[in-house]
Design a protein around this ligand. Structure first.
Ligand SMILES: C[S@@+](CC[C@H](N)C(=O)[O-])C[C@H]1O[C@@H](n2cnc3c(N)ncnc32)[C@H](O)[C@@H]1O
Length: 230
C-alpha cells in the first residue's frame, strides 16, 4: 500500500480516541447506517466493510446484528490488528472475517448483500482511483444489494464548503482539541485529501453502476449516501 497512507494510520490506538473528537456523530455512525440498511436487506446479511480500519463499525454492527456475518478489508496491518482485538473481545471471530488488502485483492466470491465504505473514498484522488474503488465495491455486491458511502466531501472553492470547514474546525475547538490538531485537520482536508462535490460523488456512484442513489446525511463536510446495485 501507499506508504503515506500507512504512516497516516500507523497510530491505530490514538486513532480511535481522535475519531470520536474530530468527527461529530462518529460514535453513532454504525446505528445511523443500520437505520438505513436493516429494512432493506435480508435477515442473514453478509456485509463487506471496505477500509474497515480498527473495526469500530464492524464491532458495533456485529453486536447489533447477531444473525449477520461480515468481512472487513483494510491495507493497514496495524489498524486490522486493533480490529481483530475488538472482534475477539465480543466473541464474534466466527462471524467477522478480517482481510489485509483492498477491495482489489478480495476473492471474486463470495459476493455481498451489502457494503459500507466509511471515511475512505476522500483519501483517493479523483484521477480514476475513486471510480476504481467504487467499481470494485459494486462488483462485489450481489444484484439488488445496498451500498453505504460515508465520508468528507465538498467543493472547497465554494463559500458554502468553506463555511462548513470553518464550522467543523470550530467544532474541534469546542471539543478541546489543540490548535496543532485543528491545523492538522485543516491541512488534511484541504491539502492531503481529495474532496469532491456532492454532484461529482453522485456522478461517480452512477458511473460505477449504482442506482437509487440517495443522500441521507450532511453535516459540515461529512456526507452519507445509500445506493443500490441493480
Ligand atoms: C479514516 S480511516 C477509516 C477507517 C474506518 N472505516 C472508520 O470509520 O474508522 C481510513 C482507512 O482506509 C484505509 N484505506 C486507505 N486506502 C484504502 C483503499 N484503497 N482501500 C481500502 N481501504 C483503504 C486506511 O488504511 C484506513 O484504515
Amino acid at each position: 500500500m501507499n506508504t503515506d497512507i500507512q504512516n497516516r494510520f500507523e497510530d491505530a490506538v490514538k486513532y480511535d480516541g481522535m475519531m470520536t473528537k474530530v468527527f461529530p456523530g462518529y460514535e453513532q455512525l454504525p446505528l445511523l447506517i443500520l437505520s438505513y440498511l436493516r429494512k432493506r436487506v435480508l435477515q442473514k446479511t453478509h456485509l463487506l466493510d471496505v477500509g474497515c480500519g480498527t473495526g469500530t463499525t464492524l464491532t458495533e454492527f456485529a453486536s447489533l446484528q447477531p444473525e449477520w456475518s461480515f468481512t472487513g478489508v483494510d491495507p493497514a496491518a496495524i489498524m486490522l490488528e486493533n480490529a481483530h482485538n475488538k472482534i475477539s473481545a465480543i466473541g464474534a471471530e466466527n462471524r467477522v472475517k478480517l482481510l489485509h488488502g483492498t477491495v482489489d485483492t478480495l476473492p471474486d466470491e463470495p459476493r455481498f448483500d451489502a457494503a459500507t465504505c466509511i471515511l475512505v473514498e476522500h483519501l483517493q484522488p479523483d484521477n480514476g482511483a475513486k471510480l476504481h474503488l467504487l467499481e470494485g465495491i459494486h462488483r462485489r455486491i450481489l444484484p439488488g444489494g445496498w451500498f453505504v458511502l460515508f465520508g468528507l466531501h465538498g467543493d472547497l472553492r465554494t463559500e458554502s464548503a468553506q463555511n462548513a470547514l470553518a464550522a467543523w474546525l470550530e467544532f474541534t475547538a469546542l471539543q478541546g482539541l489543540s490548535e496543532t490538531i485543528q491545523n492538522n485537520v485543516r491541512h488534511r482536508a484541504t491539502v492531503e485529501d481529495f474532496l469532491i462535490s456532492e454532484e461529482r460523488i453522485q456522478a461517480l456512484l452512477q458511473e460505477a453502476g449504482f442506482i437509487n442513489i440517495e443522500k441521507t446525511y450532511h453535516l459540515h463536510l461529512l456526507g452519507m449516501w445509500i445506493a443500490q446495485k441493480p
